[in-house]
Design a protein around this ligand. Structure first.
Ligand code: ADP
Ligand code: MG
Length: 240
């Protein structure tokens, strides 16, 4: 589904991503771990072209998305993204937050968009919040709405950048449970997280990034059970 070839990203003279190669299959759940500042967010943002890669190629569903003349907006519609900060529209209700993009961007009927939104609210366990405003929701509820909103565009892949890092501890589980449900339904996902228990349980593959490269990757059993590189061992020694 996604092929990344020798991806580099520089910000001025700062060389942040130093040659990432990766293939992600349909239905795969790839979890990215690594120290702060290692380039995890930059990598995710390059995948959906929120950042323009400095060098290298990204192919999505067989098509180069880094080449000239590519329609970035069409591709972004197929890539849902969920951030640490939920970025819901504060002056819109939950249902309006979820239906806005399908109606505006996909030109979907309001009634159809609302039916899909109600389905998604059931998926994230928040049917009763359809008319609430974001300020009336807890952090965990806001993040579940943000996930529903991303899903409303019927993305082919979901990118998560530390979706539980801004949450109070008691709300982390409810968000991870939603992500686990998506994984079980076969959604292709790339997830940056510090939740190692979740990574081990839900990840098909773990990538360990440090200083702009993928140092090591493998199954959760391989990476957590017998990390091959010193840097991976040091990192896991600190977080586990
Ligand atoms: P991570 O998500 O792994 O913590 P980031 O991808 O956010 O790492 O950042 C990697 C490095 O790139 C950091 O040193 C950060 O300061 C730098 N960086 C990220 N975005 C920018 C930017 N827009 N301009 C300059 N430097 C940036
Ligand atoms: Mg980050």
């Amino acid at each position: 589904m996604i092929i990344v070839n020798d991806l580099h990203k520089k910000f001025g003279s700062l060389h942040i991503l130093k040659g990432i190669d990766l293939e992600i299959s349909k239905g795969e759940v790839v979890v990215v771990i690594g120290p702060s500042g290692s380039g995890k967010s930059t990598f995710l943002r390059c995948l959906n072209l929120l950042e323009e890669p400095t060098q290298g190629e990204i192919k999505f569903e067989g098509e180069s998305i880094t080449g000239k003349g590519h329609n970035i907006n069409k591709t972004r519609e197929k890539m849902g993204m969920v951030f640490q900060q939920f970025n819901l529209f504060p002056h819109k209700t939950v249902i309006d937050n979820i239906t806005l993009a399908p109606i505006r961007v996909k030109k979907m009927d309001k009634s159809k968009a609302e039916a899909i939104a109600m389905d998604l609210l059931r998926t994230v366990g928040l049917e009763d919040k359809r008319d609430a405003y974001p300020s009336q929701l807890s952090g965990g509820q806001k993040q579940r709405i943000a996930i529903a909103r991303a899903l409303a565009m019927e993305p082919h892949v979901m990118l998560f950048d530390e979706p539980t890092s801004a949450l109070d501890p008691e709300m982390v589980g409810e968000v991870l449970d939603v992500m686990k449900k998506l994984a079980e339904r076969g959604m292709t996902m790339v997830i940056v997280t510090h939740e190692m228990g979740f990574a081990r349980e839900v990840g098909d593959r773990i990538l360990f990034m440090d200083q702009g490269v993928i140092v090591e990757q493998g199954t959760p059993q391989q990476v957590f059970g017998s990390p091959q590189h010193q840097r991976t061992q040091d990192f896991l020694g600190k977080v586990l």
